[in-house]
Design a protein around this ligand. Structure first.
Ligand code: PLP
Ligand code: MG
Ligand code: MG
Length: 620
C-alpha cells in the first residue's frame, strides 16, 4: 500500500476559447452545474476524500480563483501568467516548483462522481490514471494501454487498436514521476525555446516509459468535462440526472447464497422493492400484474395459449393450489417419488384425500420409464394426472421433463410438473394441446432461478387445462386457481392482495432474465457449476449423484467421514466470509448441498472455493 495522499493539483490556467461565446467572463471552472461551480464541487469532493492541500494553477482571470482561495482553507493559487503562450505542462511545472509529494492531478473543467477520487486513492499503484468506458461526449482522449500500462494518448480513435478506455483527466502521480515530468519539461524548454508541452499526451506519456503508469478503468464512471457548450448540455441533461438516480438507489453488502433459493438477487432487483405506494386495485397496478403474468408465461410457452396464475405464498402454496384446482373430483394422480419434494406432493394428496398411486424408485434414484409406464397402464381408465418434480432440489437429481411428459401423454394423462428450481434456467416448456413432450402445467416461485424475491409463486398452465377444470368442486376457497384465473382475466385483479413490492421485483427480475436469455443464464450457471465441481473434487469432496443425472443447478456432496468435519462449523466459517451453504436432506446418506442458482457467477464460486481452501487448511 502506498502512502496517503493529501495534495491535489488542479490545472485551471486555460482560457477555454471554445466556450468564448457562451461564458465570456469567467474561467471554465466557474461553469455552474446543478447550482454549483465545477471548481467548488471539485474542491468539496477533494476535501471529503482527505485532501488537505489544493494547489490551483490559474492564468486566465486568475482573480476569480484567488477570490475563491481567500474564502477557503487549504486552497493555494499559483499563476501561470504565460498561459496563452504555453500549454498545460507549463502550468503543472509551476505547481511542481512547490509540490514535492505524491499528488492527485485534475483538470479544472471536470464534473465527476466522488468514487473517481476514491478509485485512485485506494489504488495500490503509485502512478495511475482514471479511465471510463466511451462517453460519446466528443473531443474524447483515447488510451492505448497494453496490459493496463499507459503507452499513448490520442484524440484520434483510429490511431489506437484497442483502447483501454477514455481518458478522464484525473490522475495519481508519485513524487518520483512528478519530478521526472518536471525535469523533462525543463529540458524541453531548453531545446525548443518555448513551453508548449501538453502534460498528458507528451509529458506523462514520455515519462511513463520509465515510470509505468497504471490505467484504472471504471467503465460506468459518470463524468464530463466542459470544453464545448454541448459538453455542458450533456452534463445537465444526462450525467447529473443519472448520478441523482444512482445515488438515490440503495446499495447492499454483497452476499453469495449457495442455498437453492431464496437466492442472491441483483441490486437492481432489490432496488425495485422500493417504489411509490400503490393500491393493488388501481389500473396502474393491474397493468403491472398483466405484464408480469405475460412475461412469466413467455418463459414457458406462448402467452396466447399459456397463462400464468400468481399465488401469494411460497412455492409449496402454488403446488398445493395446482393439485387441488386441476384434479377432478373423481380424478387420480400418479406421483413420482425420488426425493423429498416428490414426497411432499404425496403428503398433500393425502391431506385432501385425493386418489393417487406412486412410483417410488428410491431417494435420489432416477425413475425407470418402464416401471412408470407399467403403473400408468395398471391405472388406465382411472388415473387422470401425472405429477412429478423436475429438479429434485433435495439431491440435485434431474427427472427428464420431455421423456416423462411424453409417457404421461401417451397414457392420456394431464402432466403437471414442479419446476420450482429449474424454471428460469432449464427448458420447462408448457405446450399446446397435443404437444406430447411438454408439460400441461408447471409450478415455480419468484425466488429461485428467475432471481426475484420470495413471497410469490405461480402456476403456468395451458389455458385449456384451466377451462377443463371448471367443473372441479373447490377443495379450497383460497387455493382455487380457476376462480383466480377467472377473476384476473375479468377484472385484471387478484381476488386477494398481491404484494406490489414483491411483484415489482419479479418484474425487474423477468426483464433481467430476458436480457440474459435462457441460453445465457444456462451458460452462466454451467460455468459456475463446472468451477464448483472441479474445485470440490480437487479438495477431495465426493458428489452424491452420477454426472449424467445431475441438474447442473445444485449438487449434494457426501459429508466427509473425517473427524475434522462438522457442518455447523463449516457453515459458520463460510458465512463469516459472505457465503451461505446449505445442509442436506435426510436421504440415502448424509450430505450437504451447494447451489449455483441466483445472481452469482463463477467468480463468486472461485471466491467461495478460496474461502473453503483456507478453512480446510486450518482444520484438516
Ligand atoms: N419443490 C421444489 C423442487 C423445491 O426446490 C422447493 C424449495 O426448495 C419447493 C418445492 C418448496 O418451495 P417453498 O419452500 O418455496 O415452499
Ligand atoms: Mg477536451
Ligand atoms: Mg477540458
Amino acid at each position: 500500500m502506498s502512502a496517503t495522499i493529501t495534495t491535489a493539483i488542479i490545472l485551471a490556467a486555460g482560457r477555454g476559447t471554445r466556450l468564448r461565446n457562451t461564458w465570456p467572463d469567467l474561467p471554465k471552472g466557474f461553469v455552474e452545474i446543478d447550482g454549483e461551480p465545477l471548481i467548488e464541487r471539485s474542491l468539496r469532493l477533494l476535501s471529503q476524500a482527505g485532501i488537505t492541500r489544493m494547489v490551483i494553477v490559474a492564468g486566465y482571470k486568475a482573480e476569480a480563483y484567488e477570490a475563491l482561495a481567500a474564502r477557503r482553507t487549504g486552497v493555494e493559487v499559483i499563476l501561470n501568467t504565460e498561459y496563452a503562450a504555453t500549454e498545460s505542462m507549463a502550468s503543472l511545472a509551476r505547481a511542481l516548483d512547490i509540490v514535492d509529494d505524491d499528488f492527485l492531478l485534475l483538470e479544472s473543467d471536470l464534473f465527476y462522481e466522488p468514487r473517481a477520487l476514491r478509485t485512485l486513492l485506494d489504488s495500490a499503484e503509485p502512478d495511475s490514471l482514471l479511465a471510463s468506458a466511451p462517453t460519446g461526449a466528443t473531443d474524447e482522449v483515447w488510451i492505448d494501454a497494453p496490459e493496463a500500462k499507459l503507452r499513448r494518448l490520442s484524440k484520434r480513435r483510429n490511431e489506437i487498436d484497442d483502447p483501454a478506455g477514455e481518458f478522464v483527466g484525473i490522475l495519481r502521480i508519485s513524487r518520483a514521476l512528478g519530478r521526472r515530468m518536471h525535469a523533462d519539461y525543463r529540458a524541453f524548454v531548453e531545446t525548443k525555446g518555448h513551453g508548449r508541452m501538453a502534460y498528458e499526451t507528451e509529458a506523462l506519456v514520455g515519462a511513463a516509459v520509465e515510470h509505468p503508469v497504471h490505467v484504472e478503468v471504471v467503465p460506468d464512471l459518470l463524468w464530463g468535462e466542459v470544453d464545448y457548450e454541448s459538453h455542458y448540455h450533456r452534463l445537465v441533461d444526462e450525467v447529473v440526472p443519472e448520478l441523482a438516480r444512482r445515488s438515490a438507489a440503495p446499495r447492499f453488502e454483497r452476499r453469495v447464497l449457495l442455498n437453492p433459493g431464496p437466492a442472491t438477487t441483483s441490486d437492481t432487483v432489490k432496488q425495485a422493492l422500493v417504489m411509490p405506494d400503490v393500491c393493488p386495485r388501481e389500473e396502474e397496478f393491474c397493468q403491472r400484474v398483466a405484464d408480469v403474468r405475460r412475461r412469466l408465461a413467455a418463459v414457458a410457452g406462448d402467452p396466447a395459449e399459456v397463462t400464468a396464475i400468481p399465488v401469494v405464498g411460497s412455492g409449496t402454496t402454488a403446488l398445493e393450489a395446482t393439485l387441488v384446482s386441476f384434479v377432478p373430483d373423481e380424478g387420480e394422480v400418479i406421483f413420482v417419488e425420488n426425493g423429498d419434494y416428490g414426497t411432499r406432493l404425496i403428503e398433500m394428496a393425502k391431506t385432501y384425500g385425493i386418489a393417487h398411486s406412486v412410483v417410488a424408485p428410491g431417494w435420489g434414484v432416477p425413475v425407470d420409464p418402464d416401471e412408470l409406464a407399467r403403473v400408468m397402464s395398471e391405472r388406465a381408465g382411472r388415473a387422470t394426472h401425472l405429477f412429478f418434480v423436475h429438479h429434485e432440489t433435495s439431491s440435485g437429481l434431474l427427472n427428464p421433463l420431455d421423456g416423462l411428459a411424453r409417457l404421461g401423454h401417451e397414457h392420456g394423462l394431464c402432466v403437471m410438473v414442479d419446476a420450482m428450481s429449474s424454471y428460469g434456467v432449464l427448458d420447462v416448456p408448457v405446450g399446446g394441446a397435443g404437444d406430447a413432450s411438454t408439460a400441461d402445467v408447471i409450478v415455480a416461485s419468484a425466488n429461485k432461478c428467475i432471481q426475484g424475491m420470495a413471497g410469490l409463486a405461480f402456476a403456468i398452465a395451458r389455458r385449456s387445462v384451466v377451462e377443463d377444470a371448471r367443473g372441479v368442486t373447490p377443495r379450497s376457497f383460497v387455493l382455487n386457481l380457476v376462480a383466480e384465473y377467472d377473476h384476473l382475466e375479468r377484472t385484471g385483479q387478484s381476488r386477494f392482495t398481491l404484494p406490489p413490492q414483491v411483484l415489482s421485483a419479479l418484474q425487474q427480475a423477468l426483464i433481467e432474465f430476458e436480457e440474459e436469455g435462457l441460453a445465457g443464464r444456462r451458460a452462466r450457471y454451467d460455468r459456475s457449476m463446472q468451477t464448483l465441481v472441479a474445485g470440490l473434487r480437487e479438495l477431495d469432496f465426493e458428489l452424491l449423484l452420477e454426472d449424467d443425472v445431475q441438474s447442473g443447478i445444485l449438487v449434494a456432496i457426501r459429508e466427509p467421514a473425517a473427524a475434522w468435519y462438522d457442518f455447523d462449523s463449516l457453515h459458520d466459517a463460510m458465512y463469516a466470509e459472505g457465503f451461505t451453504i446449505y445442509p442436506g436432506k435426510a436421504g440415502a446418506e448424509p450430505t450437504f448441498r451447494l447451489s449455483v442458482l441466483g445472481a452469482i457467477s463463477s467468480t463468486d464460486i472461485e471466491g467461495f472455493l478460496a474461502a473453503l481452501r483456507r478453512y480446510l487448511d486450518r482444520v484438516r
